[in-house]
Ligand binder design. Sequence first.
Ligand code: IMP
Ligand code: MG
Length: 187
Amino acid sequence: MSSLTSPDLRRRTGGHNVRPLFSEQQIADRVAELGADITDAYPDGGLLVLGLLKGSFIFLSDLVRRIDRPLHVDFLVASSYGAGTVSSGNVRLLYDPETPLAGRHILLVEDIIDSGRTMQCLVELLSARQPASLAICTLLDKNLLPEPLPALRWVGFPAPSAFLVGYGLDHAEDFRHLPYIGDLIDG
Ligand code: IMP
Ligand code: MG
């Protein structure tokens, strides 16, 4: 993987230091495995893949191309109340999927689970709409919950407790376009 001082890398990051943790190839290999597992888990297809914007947009677009079943795609935009970088645990939907969820197999796709509060609230909110099933696939999991969420079925990688950027993950909207995932060491 490129070194921190690689001119190519720093050109993408605007001079910030992002220490690569998961390379493009590692991500592609893991996404292919997740896609194969999900393919096996839904033999009859018919699933509705719901991506949580914005963080999941790159992961979702790679993942669905690895799921070899009929599926539909929609998105959610959720907002936490409260300021700062710490999730308040109160989630409301700013964009609600247009597709009815009742009787559908929902696969909720997230970039990273940190405290788990966002997903906990979304699971509650979406379960109330009576889907046939509801499972979560997250690319990264910081694993801070005392018990994993029952709906959490697929995790791409366990994540260190650092602030990660790239492959959809941002810091103040920067770095989403990095093709790898790294640790922002000078925010
Ligand atoms: P939670 O509710 O604490 O699990 O927070 C999850 C949300 O916080 C994710 O959807 C991300 O948008 C954001 N987040 C948490 N950790 C990171 C990180 O390391 N990098 C970028 N975003 C993060
Ligand atoms: Mg997010």
